[in-house]
Design a protein around this ligand. Structure first.
Ligand SMILES: [Zn+2]
Length: 81
């Protein structure tokens, strides 16, 4: 199972996303999910967390794959991008 392999590596890292101010987010598609889910899950070992509260929002994607998107933290409501 893929999930078991990820847990076995044990060397994931978590990077904070950039907190966005409202004026920066107007043109971006805004994604919103419930607190139980992450927005995306990829094959990589880097997770991205809310820049305000540290809640993990995106798993396993590189920073470049998130360019142009914004994420509303399901835990604190901060916009990250
Ligand atoms: Zn947050």
């Amino acid at each position: 199972m893929r999930g078991e392999q990820e847990m076995a590596t044990g060397n994931r890292s978590v990077l904070p996303l950039t907190v966005l101010v409202k004026s920066e987010t107007g043109a971006r598609p805004k994604l919103r999910r419930t607190p139980e889910t992450v927005f995306f899950t990829g094959e990589g070992t880097v997770d991205h967390a809310c820049g305000e509260c540290g809640h993990v929002i995106v798993r396993g994607l590189s920073r470049s794959q998130l360019t142009g998107m914004s994420f509303e933290c399901p835990a604190c409501g901060t916009l990250n991008g």
